[in-house]
Design a protein around this ligand. Structure first.
Ligand SMILES: N[C@@H](CCC(=O)N[C@@H](CS)C(=O)NCC(=O)O)C(=O)O
Length: 237
């Protein structure tokens, strides 16, 4: 018999999540940084509960049930919902230009970095892995340039985060993917060079890597490496 109901906590935010999922980590960080209480319902992605289609027919994490029973899916939608629902937390700037600049950064990261992390890791042919890694480093350089531009603006206050001293929305959305670079170093020998071209990116990464907003949610490196082993195992030699 298929499930007719699903677990959630009454009068609370229930976040359906999986600790190793970088998309789910966005939502967890949004709640943590906004200091909004929530409960986690962990979904084992290898063995999904039969009720999960009632929460998210796409069977992906994260998903959120709000206290009024609304279900939201998609990590960007959930993170923005937290920012909009709790404006006093200041996750998103109120100034339209600053919001646009922040969204541009997120867009840049999402199109030029994230897909090529996965491509470098999962391409079967060594040649394709190399091409993807080159494209990834170009994307990281573009992100580095964008960070530098932002830090020169008054809202960037010289860094090291998008909003100066504050670990905020840019970091909520992007840092879980930077966290995956450890798997590229391990499986593909790919590293971001310690050169001037990448200086802003490296400064940003060094800063957020020490911040509880990142570390409280980040899986241990060896756990990530073990989890990504199956994606990296397909290389044809
Ligand atoms: N676009 C979605 C992507 C979420 C996603 O791909 N989540 C993965 C885990 S990282 C998932 O749930 N996959 C389903 C599965 O593994 O069966 C979002 O941003 O929330």
């Amino acid at each position: 018999m298929s499930a007719t109901t699903y677990p959630f906590k009454e009068n609370a935010y229930t976040l359906y999540s999986y600790p190793l999922c970088p998309f789910a980590q966005r939502a967890v960080r949004a709640f943590n940084i906004a200091k909004v209480p929530y409960v986690i319902e962990e979904i084992d992605l290898k063995n999904k509960p039969d009720w999960y289609h009632l929460v998210n027919p796409q069977l992906k994490v994260p998903a959120l049930r709000t206290p009024d029973g609304t279900i939201l899916i998609e990590s960007l939608v959930i993170s923005e919902f937290v920012a909009d629902q709790f404006p006093e937390a200041g996750l998103l700037p109120t100034d339209a230009t600053e919001r646009a600049q922040l969204r541009l950064f997120i867009e840049l990261f999402g199109t030029r970095v994230t897909p090529f992390i996965y491509k470098t890791l999962t391409s079967a042919e060594v040649e394709d892995q190399k091409k993807a890694a080159e494209t990834l480093l170009e994307g990281i350089k573009a992100v580095s340039d964008e960070l530098e531009k932002q830090w020169a603006r008054s809202s960037g206050k010289g860094g090291p985060y998008w909003y100066g001293e504050k670990f905020g929305y840019a970091e909520i959305i992007t840092t879980s993917f930077v966290g995956l670079l450890v798997t590229l170093r391990h499986f593909r020998g790919v590293e971001v060079p310690e050169t001037e071209e990448y200086a802003a990116f490296n400064k940003w990464k060094a800063a957020f890597s020490q911040h509880p907003g990142f570390t409280d949610v980040k899986p241990e490196d060896d756990v990530l490496i073990e989890a990504y082993k199956k994606y990296a195992a397909e290389t044809k030699h």
